[in-house]
Ligand binder design. Structure first.
Ligand SMILES: [Zn+2]
Length: 303
């Protein structure tokens, strides 16, 4: 089967889930009710991981693969830094492997010199113990994926309510064939390029229209473009994925992206009518604990 078509089916399932990055939250989120039978083997794992409000106090480890795993010893990106602010606090998804948390803070610190923005708006990373989520995202399970808004951090602290309700800006033109030149700027290119050049970064996901703009604007320095991969959605934010931390034996790395800048036929394949307006795929049954690495049970149970 055509790998891009397979990818399309896979991603649409992820997109079919509610609560994409653009969804608004509330400052007083409802607590999930306790589970009547948490040991039921048929119970979707997201129901368990979605109820963990604190990280597992174990050594930091990413366990499993980006779309099938969990994270122990996660750290949080503080909700406020000099050069970043975490959005949608009600989701409690500002948790990740400490390596990713450090990278995000370091990247955010470079932003004012890099492109003149005051800083970054940080979207979803992972739940406190990673794992599948009740809303949104097939990946983001092992604390190595982070969404960063393509909207600059404003020059002031946002209120809790603003962080739930503020909308990011859609960077893609309504015909989906290119970026919207009234909102896309060289500052965006500089930011994505800097993120892609971070040695720990394995992949960056952006909308195909954004990749097209990056290909056009990259000039002679093009090696970083191989890490920037087209993906459905990702028109309001970009997604930073780092590689498995070294020595993390239970973490499954993804094969490295193919070489080259990915700006030729591979990119063109994203602009066919089927790819621009894909038919929604059948929703896949939710993952159960038995489908996750066995160690994720310890991560759930740990204090
Ligand atoms: Zn993402």
């Amino acid at each position: 089967m055509n790998p891009i078509r397979t990818l399309a089916a896979f991603c649409l399932m992820a997109l079919a889930a509610p609560a994409l990055a653009q969804d608004k939250g509330t400052v007083s989120p409802k607590q999930l009710p306790p589970l009547s039978n948490p040991d039921d083997p048929a119970l979707p794992a997201k129901e368990l991981f979605g109820r963990s409000t604190e990280p597992a106090s174990l050594r930091a480890r990413s366990i499993g693969s980006y779309a099938r795993g969990c994270v122990a010893g996660a750290a949080a990106v503080p909700i406020d830094g000099a050069t970043w602010q975490v959005m949608r606090l009600s989701r409690n998804r500002n948790w990740g492997h400490p390596d990713l948390v450090q990278l995000l803070q370091r990247l955010a610190g470079r932003v004012p010199q890099l492109n003149g923005w005051p800083g970054l708006l940080v979207g979803d990373i992972s739940q406190p113990r990673g794992g599948p989520m009740i809303t949104g995202h097939a990946s983001h399970q092992v604390g190595l994926d982070a969404d960063v808004w393509l909207t600059p951090m404003p020059d002031r602290r946002l209120s809790r309510l603003e962080r739930e309700e503020l909308s990011a800006t859609d960077m893609v033109r309504s015909d989906l064939l290119d970026v919207d030149p009234s909102v896309w700027t060289p500052q965006h290119t500089a930011l994505v390029k800097a993120a892609a050049k971070e040695p720990a970064v394995a992949r960056i996901f952006v909308n195909a229209a954004i990749k097209k703009a990056l290909c056009r604007e990259a000039g002679a320095d093009r090696n970083w473009l191989s890490k920037v991969r087209p993906m459905f959605g990702h028109n309001y934010h970009f997604h930073i994925r780092i590689a498995c931390p070294s020595g993390d034996g239970a973490c499954d790395d993804q094969a490295p992206p193919p070489g080259g800048d990915g700006c030729g036929s591979e990119l063109a394949a994203w602009f066919t009518p089927q790819m621009l307006h894909p038919k929604p795929g059948k929703p896949r049954p939710p993952l159960t604990m038995a489908q996750l690495p066995a160690e994720c049970r310890q991560v759930l149970r740990a204090p």
